[in-house]
Ligand binder design. Sequence first.
Ligand SMILES: [Mn+2]
Length: 284
Amino acid sequence: MLNKNVETFLCCDAEYDDARIVLFGAPYDSTTSYRPGTRFGSRAIRQESFGVESYSPYQDADLLDCAIFDSGDIELSFGAQQAPLADIEDRTATILADGKLPFMLGGEHLVTLGAVRAVAKKHPDLHIIHFDAHADLRDDYLGVQLSHACVLHRCWDILGDGRIFQFGIRSGDREEFRWGEKHVTTRKFDFVGLEEVLEEIGDKPVYFTLDLDVLDPSVFPGTGTPEAGGVTFDQLRRAATLVCKTMNIVGCDVNELSPPYDPSGISAMAACKIVREMLLALQR
Ligand SMILES: [Mn+2]
């Protein structure tokens, strides 16, 4: 017998009932402020994942030993904002209702809001760990509140003060940094202080959102809003692994890969490798 041609992320071909982690793609980039293209991100991550090994020498662990289900991309309406966010919330809620961990591949960063809406309903004491070059704390961007430049402010609307912890931030306007000082914890430029924050959060439920533009554009040029002065791949790998391994992760996402801006493909490969490391670190 032959098998159907179903494209999943590398080795993420378990049956739904057997899987604890469920991947899905949110190929959406309608509010991207500079260069669009992240709608192609999740597809590129799946395709290119077959170029990385399933085995991680860092963790001595193998995706072949994991039961992970890839539920594919959601079909999202470009140009709209509320409907795509509702669709993402629905998919996330379905996965949570089945007792599984949702792992979303973006897409631009606004997609995080849809997932956080669902996760926060199940876990009212939710905390967010956010890696990014950009603070994403504006209340509006050119008058629009549902924008990728405002996504963490929208998450704050749900969670309130003291629940959001940002790392790697090196870009934003003066107002959003001032606002952030009062309402969230922002560690600029790198991951210094991460261990203390993880200790402070303890075993509270955590949503982990990783904007890949936290990486330096020299290793990750394939993104819509590249920002010089970022972290190295290895700094990110260590930090993301630590978060996934030690925290009570109840949802996560990796976003802002925009394949059209990197014909070399190294950005997509970096994304695949970090997703592999996160999936392995999330095994319990
Ligand atoms: Mn960003």
